[in-house]
Design a protein around this ligand. Structure first.
Ligand code: NI
Length: 179
């Protein structure tokens, strides 16, 4: 397993549409996912999309627990590998909350997201995933899957009075190196 470099905003590879994964349960896919898990853990991320390490595939991983110092108050999200995802909003309600991104280090912004979604896709062995979720879980999925269509969260910010440096907005979290 290898900790990979995370691309930062400004890199054109973060602005692409990702290609669907066609082969499941392959050594290459398992190695990629292992590298992504290790990369995400090394920086205490709550999620990571393959394009963030320069792999233009429709693959995201996410999951968090209360021990994550970047999101100490957030509820548990099951550790998930999600491939070729499709997101469908349920209803039209939006929620606004702070987001950060490993590709936008040092900043946070207030981002509107669908409050409730259904998401479908595959895991790494090709088994179907079909979940209906809300709250932080729904937010993480929408954030990560945005990376697969070339969207970074600042592109979703509507109120730029709520966008700034993490160490200023949230001094209690401090100058975390990653987000
Ligand atoms: Ni991100």
């Amino acid at each position: 397993m290898t900790v990979r470099d995370i691309l930062k905003m400004g890199d054109p590879r973060l602005l692409q549409f990702a290609e669907p994964v066609k082969a499941f349960d392959t050594p290459e896919l398992h190695t990629l996912i292992s590298d992504m898990r290790e990369t995400m853990a090394a920086v205490n991320g709550a999620g990571l999309a393959a394009p963030q390490i320069g792999i233009n595939l429709q693959l995201v991983i996410f999951g968090s627990d209360q021990t994550n110092p970047r999101y100490p108050d957030r509820p548990l999200v099951p550790k998930t590998v999600l491939i070729n995802p499709v997101i469908t909003p349920i209803g039209t309600d939006e929620e606004h909350d702070w987001e950060g991104c490993l590709s936008v280090p040092g900043l946070r912004g207030m981002v509107p997201r669908w409050a409730q979604i259904r998401y479908t896709g595959m895991d790494e062995t090709g088994h179907a995933i079909d979940r209906t979720v809300n709250g932080f879980h729904a937010r993480v999925v929408q954030h990560e899957c945005d990376h697969l269509i070339g969207k970074l969260y600042p592109m979703r910010v509507r109120d730029f009075t709520k966008f700034g440096y993490t160490e200023v907005l949230f001094p209690e979290i401090g100058d975390v190196e990653d987000d």
